[in-house]
Ligand binder design. Structure first.
Ligand code: CP
Ligand code: NVA
Length: 302
């Protein structure tokens, strides 16, 4: 495994190895011990979009592993693929650093970086996928349920980058996913087919949230307006009415854990009540971004 661009291109063994290493390093750091395997190594972090969790957790993970991270905004370098071709950037960065992580609009940008870089490239969210999020989510589910196989997730809302990576992770690791989206906002058929090709009958779509959460172990949601879709906000908010994770939906699955990749827009895709309820594990998810990525960096860069 040279790069980490999509959950769907990793083998089940690679994913399980990453999850086990995440758990192991989490315990080590919680005991106050450290693994400095990336001493003297540098991760270049390219961001075309805002970030709280991804940026800070990657940078902290690099520091904890004894390495260094450099945060680069598009304006610092004249835009990704604008001042110079992506293939030139990839080869130059390969001469300086030991890893690249990138959060971009186009998924093709991270593919192009990986194609031309001699060093690992990590997808830190594109319009198409968010694999680091999905793996931290799976790690969190395993901590709470003690298993992955057979766990049922109901994803309510936009069929987006987060949904897609979650679908691939569920299919690879034996979970069931029911996605409830309004018409026109479903996850694309190709991604559903890919998930069901990985493991038959793992991913199902509906437009009925109450039906989706029936017998669910987890209710998951994400923003209705992803980064880059701000101009569509008014239409999206109108179209997603009835798809909020709130008290009424939680009543249909009272024991389900509540998950959200964050940032959360209270009063839109999730209510304050759902965010703050005892079953909410959203901050465990956020914390596990650090633990998963520490393992990923160790595996790819040491
Ligand atoms: N969940 C997530 O990726 O958060 P950020 O956008 O803050 O990095
Ligand atoms: N779907 C959201 C996820 C944010 C972490 C977005 O792309 O903006």
């Amino acid at each position: 495994m040279k790069d980490f661009l999509s959950v769907s291109s990793c083998s089940v063994d690679e994913l399980l190895e990453l999850l086990d290493l995440s758990d192991k390093l989490k315990r080590l750091y919680q005991k106050g011990k450290q693994d400095k395997c990336l001493s003297g190594r540098t991760l270049v972090m390219l961001f075309e979009k805002p970030s709280l969790r991804t940026r800070i957790s990657f940078q902290t993970a690099m520091t904890q592993l004894g390495g260094n991270a450099i945060y680069v905004k598009p304006e610092d370098i004249g835009g990704i693929g604008k001042r110079e071709p992506i293939k030139d950037m990839a080869r130059v960065l390969s001469r300086y650093a030991e890893g690249i992580m990138a959060r971009t609009f186009a998924h093709e940008t991270v593919i192009e970086l990986a194609k031309f870089a001699d060093i690992p490239v990590i997808n830190a969210l594109t319009d198409w996928s968010h694999p680091c999020q999905a793996m931290a989510d799976v790690m969190t589910i395993r901590e709470h349920f003690g298993k992955l196989k057979g766990v049922k997730i109901a994803y309510i809302g936009d069929g987006n980058n987060v949904t897609r990576s979650l679908a691939f992770a569920c299919a690879k690791l034996g979970m069931k996913l029911v996605i409830a989206s309004p018409k026109g906002y479903e996850l694309d058929e190709q991604s559903i087919d890919r998930a069901n090709e990985i493991a038959a009958d793992t991913t199902v779509q509906t437009d009925n949230p109450k039906q989706a959460v029936k017998d669910a172990d987890v209710i998951y949601t994400d923003t209705w307006v992803s980064m880059g879709q701000e101009d569509e906000k008014a239409k999206r908010v109108a179209d997603f009415q009835g798809f909020a994770v709130d008290g009424s939906l939680m009543a249909a699955a009272p024991n389900a854990k509540i998950m959200h990749c964050l940032p959360a827009y209270r009063g839109f895709e999730i209510s304050d009540e759902a965010m703050e309820c005892p079953n909410s594990i959203v901050f465990d998810q956020a914390e596990n971004r650090l633990h998963f990525q520490r393992a990923l960096l160790k595996m790819l860069m040491s």
